[in-house]
Design a binder for this molecule. Sequence first.
Ligand code: SAM
Length: 302
Amino acid sequence: SNGEQTKEPACFSSVIPGWFSEMSPMWPGEAHSLKVEKVLFQGKSDYQDVIVFQSATYGKVLVLDGVIQLTERDECAYQEMITHLPLCSIPNPKKVLVIGGGDGGVLREVARHSSVEQIDMCEIDKMVVDVSKQFFPNVAIGFEDPRVNLVIGDGVAYLKNAAEGSYDAVIVDSSDPIGPAKELFEKPFFQSVARALRPGGVVCTQAESLWLHMDIIEDIVSNCREIFKGSVNYAWTSVPTYPSGVIGFMLCSTEGPDVDFKHPVNPIDDSKSSGPLKFYNAEIHSAAFCLPSFAKKVIESK
Ligand code: SAM
């Protein structure tokens, strides 16, 4: 091949020419692929490679370090579930912290909750925020809510300095544990989340795939069982463009008023917000906690 071709990022050429293929040591031996219509943005921030492309069937796609973060077609499933699983499980959430989530989609979903008074967000990479505002206006619309305070910085440091007992809910919308999000999966981080939550406060973190990452999930669950003295639960949902087509969430509460995540107490009035929910409803909320037997055995034994 000539010099021009070798400059092309591996993810655009190595499996099917003209298609994006998602390859990572986190899912060896498989590579989900999407047909590329046009590459819209390619950049390198201080933290990661950032790509936006127009796909043939999933709309625009945001890729960080070769890994799909969202597509226009299925982002609703992820953003609605990671947000409403925690916020619909407690009455009257007022103060919410989002770690990561630089695309703004979680903010858009938090904003549907009229009880919420303050939404703090700490995203490490300003390029993700800027690119999202430029290419994904229906996702980045979350940044326009007047309750949002955005800080660009490391979520680990941010939580270390957060006032004790200050949040009703913390949502960790992180990328995978290879790269800047590594520490967001480790025990000290979960300890500072617990410290920042009020008694009976809730956390929801992106917790990888049951099909691919039971080892990571086992570690997260056993750390969380030590740290969160309220309840500790694993939930999951379907997101076709995530590796193996599913993504999980770790949902925990601190000691205090009981939180029964499986039975939501705080329904959303979506007539008041930015258009109807596309994915989340009370039935899918409760169903998300039903686990396949192989996972149930491992998670319940921790
Ligand atoms: N909302 C996305 C979706 O729909 O799939 C999920 C991924 S979101 C873009 C993940 C974000 O976490 C990225 O923007 C990344 O820069 C950010 N991030 C990674 N490590 C971080 C850290 N240590 N502190 C704060 N943000 C971090």
